[in-house]
Design a protein around this ligand. Structure first.
Ligand code: GLN
Length: 453
């Protein structure tokens, strides 16, 4: 197959289904097709992702290609001046950018319903949400519009939509992938990662995007292993920990049943599992929303109507312009987070909220460190339930937040986690199995995931 055929097929599929799925916010059709023709002329076709059609979440900047974060504020941000490091690395390996993918505004949300454009729908059943915030990335892969997509995960935003859409999504270790060019939400939690159909594809993409970057001082100077070589299918002797908090009341029976089935598969492959406890995980949601909103309130201060995006036309003076641009540009959920974060960081409240949340974060991290002294991986569901209906939780932010209960601890601890498909619930909706590993041990996470697949 030629690259041109591959890229054309990608756009044909998009034109066929995306009116319903709404995974894409911006297409790169003309450029991508021209690039495909060029690639077909090249003699050397050995680049790792040669000609692969890919989609990029719209909070990752792409030079001269519109980048909106699904916010009205950046609706006119047509011409970013540079590529994010991950985009640069994909392009060096000759992947083709098909377009930019829908998301919850500034990555705040779990259903895509916070997009200020038409929200993405779940391709398995369009009455259901695709998850969020990387819902466009998961849906585009699930609907066959691209071969892989990049997403970002601050509190579950790669793994939760991967689970809801039946694809493979990895949040790497904090520091594994450069965040340069990722529009910051909560800088101490944000990581970019791949969404794909298979574990092997996922490993292949991570190999390309991972590694130290001088432009991101939190990216780690640790060698990137050949992840694809870890896919040996050998899990004999692997020690699995299953936290009892991950299978407690809030978890739907069908989700629990699928996870138990998966554990049986691992047993049959020679692995062993035991129940453990992550005692502080019950505080994870509260801790996460305090810390992530605090960081967001600082990070989003840069949107003032002067430097980026849309400026209010109704302002009389400069302060008024800041205020009106922010009031008009940000959506409801983003404003809620900025207010919560600003409150938590204000003097008099800092010790009671922000500092306390930081201490709980350390306890949550220690829970994982403790378990990883005796076990190789932690396994549980990715989400307590399969995808929910469009509109079902939209008026109730707290129930929406609770959907992230099983993914958030992983971000707070900084460890890697993957979601892989493990069966279907009623209405044909996919269920996700989450596999969590030690810091910088994506190789074991992939090996475990691949053996089940
Ligand atoms: N749903 C979570 C939130 O709204 C996670 C978001 C994310 O990981 N970007 O904050």
């Amino acid at each position: 197959i030629t690259v041109e055929e591959l890229v054309n097929a990608s756009y044909e599929r998009i034109h066929e289904v995306d009116d319903e799925v709404h995974a894409f916010l911006t297409l790169n059709e003309e450029n991508a097709k021209a690039q495909a023709k060029e690639l077909d002329k090249q003699a050397d076709k050995t680049a790792a992702l040669f000609g692969m059609p890919s989609g990029i979440k719209d909070n990752i900047v792409t030079k001269s290609l519109r980048t909106t974060c699904a916010s009205q504020f950046l609706d006119n941000f047509h011409d970013p001046l540079y590529n994010a490091t991950v985009v640069q690395k994909l392009s060096e390996q000759k992947a083709v950018t098909i377009g930019k993918l829908n998301m919850d505004e500034f990555a705040m949300g779990s259903s895509n319903e916070n997009s200020s454009y038409e929200p993405t729908r779940n391709p398995w059943n369009t009455n259901y949400v695709p998850g969020g915030s990387s819902g466009g990335s998961a849906a585009a892969v699930a609907a066959g519009e691209v071969l892989f997509a990049l997403g970002s995960d601050t509190g579950g935003s790669i793994r939760q939509p991967a689970a809801f859409c039946g694809v493979v999504g990895l949040k790497p270790t904090y520091g594994r992938v450069s965040r340069f060019g990722l529009v910051a939400f909560a800088s101490s939690l944000d990581q970019i990662g791949p969404l794909t159909r298979t574990v092997e594809d996922n490993a292949r993409v991570l190999e390309v995007i991972a590694g130290h970057d001088g432009m991101d001082s939190t990216s780690a100077d640790i060698e990137v292993p050949a992840y694809t070589e870890a896919l040996t299918n050998d899990v004999k002797g692997l020690k699995i920990a299953v936290p009892k908090e991950y299978l407690s009341e809030g978890v739907a029976p069908e989700v629990k049943a699928s996870v138990m089935e998966a554990l049986k598969v691992y047993e049959s492959l020679g692995a062993t599992w035991e129940e453990v406890s992550l005692p502080h995980s019950k505080y994870a949601v509260a801790t996460y929303y305090l810390l992530s909103s605090s960081e967001a309130s600082a990070n989003l201060a840069r949107f003032d109507g002067v430097r980026y995006g849309v400026r209010s036309e109704n302002a009389d003076n400069m302060i008024d312009m800041f205020k009106k641009s922010r009031s008009e540009g940000f959506g409801e959920e983003v404003k809620r987070r900025i207010m919560l974060g600003t409150f938590a960081l204000s003097s008099g409240y800092y010790d009671a909220y922000y500092k306390k949340a930081q201490k709980v974060r350390t306890l949550i991290k220690q829970d994982f460190e403790q378990i990883f002294q005796d076990y190789d991986v932690v396994i549980g569901p990715t989400t307590p339930t399969p995808a929910f209906k469009v509109g079902e939780k939209v008026d109730d932010p707290l129930t929406m937040y609770a959907n992230d209960i099983l993914t958030i601890p992983v971000n707070l601890a900084g460890v890697p986690g993957i979601s892989i498909p493990c069966g279907f619930a009623k209405e044909g909706l996919p269920i996700g199995l989450q596999i969590i590993g030690k810091h910088f041990d994506e190789a074991t996470v992939y090996r475990t995931a691949h053996a089940y697949e």
